[in-house]
Write a protein that binds this ligand. Structure first.
Ligand code: ZN
Length: 455
């Protein structure tokens, strides 16, 4: 891949331990690894590719820790716009039961395109429904084509309505099949090496759609291979009530009993926690994917993020599924995180730099990575540049270009580099026919919801 040099960034935010910011900063990259960061004058003068970032703020690529790519096909459905999680899920399950391999692949491309354009360079996805021959392989292929760093969570549901679960029986899999496929994709795709572009995660969906046996066996399987674990936990009051009635305990107690806490586990949401549970999540260094937009959209509540951080938990941001957001815009998620925690009456609950930290270092820690999330020698060459001379940032970036990224809501980044490769240039995804992709995606979405064959 050769060498790449970013020069003259108006402001360069490193997100290193000292939170260093450089004026007229730059980055020097060899192949896929950052070799030097600092003032432009201290860097080499030549490289195979040179990016002039005179009108840009440059920062590490953002990390998305929770998503359901397939839900881009079912955004803003009228009957699911104003309901809570359980009703929302019950409405969507029969529609998602008609997903096909092509629908999984095309929705994955759309979600990744949106993520890349909004500054994300590493994403985790959690697909937990695999009808009609759909496979994780389709998502991995799409991610590799678009060049995003991908943590593919092999999700699952095994407890249907007839056994007391929330999903209809038609969309759940048997537990043997789930575990066998998890083993298959780990052995085929998981890369534990530094700078890995694909890692596999074992991810039963939620306490109300899988059995404690599958949770326990999933944890054993994941730990035998050294891969990480992910699920939804403590998202809504309905889930708390379900766990009390079904298991006689709260979601966090259930997770603890099943071995689902620790540095190799992260949970989406964690909205409804007692003070004691916050302490235990922090003490065990369990990860949390904070999804403020989804939590607001579904009326789920406000996750105690400042307290979780105080307690030592690893916390990152997630856009969550595109049908409960209904967007895959990671910079917008950072903005919503900033705003949501101020609602409680504390206008300093989280600062702009703190939510950007969550979106970079926080997310890297949640995914168990020490090679992304900051700009420093030896780190993966994942970074983004946002124009500060745009309409959206006018009168903001001139005062504080870093905070303006969060306060002023720029629609997309100008450039994005992932693993040393330029993936977004002048706001457009490289090597992607976006209008054709959107047209196919819309045709699939239309047919999926109406139960019609796709033409
Ligand atoms: Zn989710």
């Amino acid at each position: 891949m050769g060498t790449l040099l970013v020069r003259h960034a108006r402001r360069l935010l490193t997100m290193d331990d000292a939170l260093t910011e450089w004026e007229d900063g730059g980055i020097y990259v060899e192949d896929n690894v950052i070799r030097a960061v600092g003032p432009t004058t201290a860097l080499p003068e030549h490289a195979d590719t040179v990016i002039d970032a005179t009108n840009h703020v440059v920062l590490p690529g953002l990390v998305n820790t929770h998503h359901h790519f397939f839900q881009t096909l079912t955004r803003a459905l009228p009957a699911a716009q104003d309901v809570g999680l359980f009703a929302w899920l019950r409405y969507h399950y029969p529609i998602w039961a008609r997903l096909t391999p092509e629908a999984i692949r095309v929705s994955t491309q759309v979600a990744i395109a949106e993520l890349l354009r909004s500054g994300c360079t590493t994403a985790a996805d959690h697909t937990y429904i695999w009808p009609n021959g759909s496979r994780l392989d389709d998502q991995i292929e799409a991610a590799q084509q678009l060049g995003i760093r991908f943590h593919a969570a092999r999700g699952s549901m095994s407890v249907g309505e007839s056994r007391g679960g929330l999903p209809p029986d038609a969309v759940v899999e048997d537990e043997e099949t789930i575990l066998r496929d998890c083993r298959r994709v780990i052995e085929h795709y998981h890369d534990p090496a530094r700078y890995a572009m694909v890692r596999i995660v074992v991810a039963p969906c939620s306490p109300f759609s899988v059995s404690p046996t599958l949770m326990r066996q999933s944890a054993e399987l994941a730990r035998a291979y050294g891969v990480h674990l992910h699920t939804h936990l403590a998202e809504t009051r309905d889930e708390i009530a379900y766990c009390r009635e079904t298991f006689g305990k709260r979601p966090v107690e259930l997770a603890e009993e099943l071995g689902w806490v620790g540095p190799d586990v992260w949970h989406a949401h964690m909205v409804h926690l007692t003070e004691d549970e916050i302490g235990r999540i922090g003490h065990t260094r369990t990860g949390v994917a904070h999804c403020p937009t989804s939590n607001m959209r579904l009326g789920s509540g406000i996750a105690p993020v400042p307290a979780l951080l105080q307690a030592g938990a690893r916390v990152g941001l997630g856009v969550d599924g595109s049908a409960s957001n209904d967007s895959s815009h990671l910079l917008a998620e950072a903005r919503n995180a900033l705003l949501l925690h101020r609602i409680t009456g504390d206008p300093g609950a989280l600062t702009a730099r703190q939510v950007l930290w969550l979106a970079t270092r926080g997310g890297a820690a949640v995914l168990g990575r020490d090679d992304i999330g900051q700009l420093a020698p030896g780190m993966a060459a994942d970074f983004i540049g946002v124009r500060i001379d745009s309409l959206d940032l006018a009168g903001g970036a001139v005062h504080d270009p870093v905070a303006a990224l969060v306060f002023c809501h720029p629609p997309y980044v100008d450039f994005s580099v992932v693993n040393g490769r330029i993936r977004v240039w002048k706001g457009e995804i490289v090597d992607l026919d976006l209008p054709a992709l959107i047209a196919r995606h819309n045709a699939l979405a239309h047919a999926l919801v109406r139960g019609e064959p796709v033409r």
